[in-house]
Write a protein that binds this ligand. Structure first.
Ligand code: SAM
Length: 266
């Protein structure tokens, strides 16, 4: 099957198909704010602004565990995703946590005007957009003055391929940093494809600049030291993890899996 790029229809089908497995195989905490697999949460990275009573929008929320966390701190949370199945998980989690999040099935590529916000955040969803520069511009337009945009996207180095380089050593082969290969995936029923895109760090920085925002922090966090941690510590301190991610720890410990931008609306 030839991949022609993500559309709202193909993304909805792909993520509806995957939602059950994604939520079952990934342990995502609602007691911390996560930025990506095996990474420290915001309790360590401390990028979040003060959130009580603030209006927050999560873009590509999945089951919205980050929004549930923020709502538990007293924020007013809206969370959008293209997949009704992902959102259904989110509504159950919010109800179980006795908190309220306004989950809406909206594509980030056609957000319309869902309101004005003090914080807009998105963790590993922008890579699935058909027009990421527009998503960033639209987010900037929805921020209240002085508001924060917190964005986690796939790190372009992670688009490389791990290869044996001799003497039992493995190294990263990255054919072209400036045009990283997308990560194309098949749905479980083999009927739909989806691709996560990677971009050079400076490309995303320029999109943020062009949208009129200022980058306050840029992080390429290393994972938590999983092999040295007990199961209890992992559960308490690693807000996004799973068996598949634990197996990838040796790679994640050598190359950043995400790059995080904390931006301020000028
Ligand atoms: C890797 S998951 C991340 C979900 C969530 N942010 C998390 O950290 O668990 C990517 C999410 O992006 C959503 N997505 C893909 N394309 C989208 C689009 N065009 N508009 C909104 N959400 C989209 C998927 O449905 C999926 O829930």
């Amino acid at each position: 099957m030839q991949f022609k790029g993500n559309t709202d229809k193909s993304s909805a089908r792909y993520w509806n198909d995957l939602a059950e497995l994604y939520q079952r195989e990934t342990r995502i905490s609602t007691d911390d704010f996560h930025y990506g697999p095996l990474l420290p949460g915001d309790s360590v990275l401390k990028l979040l602004p003060s959130v009580p009573q603030r209006s927050c929008l999560e873009i590509g929320c999945g089951a919205g565990q980050n929004s549930v966390f923020l709502a538990k701190q007293g924020a007013h949370c809206t969370a959008i995703d293209i997949s009704e199945e992902q959102l259904a998980h989110g509504r159950k989690i919010a109800a179980a946590e006795k908190t309220s999040v306004d989950f809406r099935c909206i594509s980030m590529d056609a957000m319309g005007d869902p309101g004005r916000f003090d914080l807009i955040h998105s963790t590993y969803a922008l890579p699935f957009s058909a027009d990421p520069q527009k998503v960033i511009a639209d987010a900037a337009a929805m921020l209240n003055p002085g508001g924060t945009f917190l964005l986690s996207v796939g790190h372009p180095l992670y688009a490389g391929e791990w290869l044996e380089i001799g003497d039992g050593e493995e190294g990263l082969f990255l054919p072209n940093y400036f045009e990283p290969e997308p990560d194309v995936r098949m749905s479980l029923d083999d009927r739909t494809m989806s691709a996560a895109q990677y971009w050079p760090v400076s490309t995303v920085a320029e999109w943020i600049h062009d949208a009129g925002m200022v980058i306050q922090r840029l992080l390429e966090p290393a994972p938590m030291p999983i092999p040295e941690m007990s199961e209890t510590e992992i559960r308490a301190k690693v807000p996004y993890e799973g068996a598949g991610w634990r197996e990838l720890y040796p790679n994640l410990a050598r190359v950043p899996v995400v790059v995080i931008f904390k931006c301020r609306c000028a």
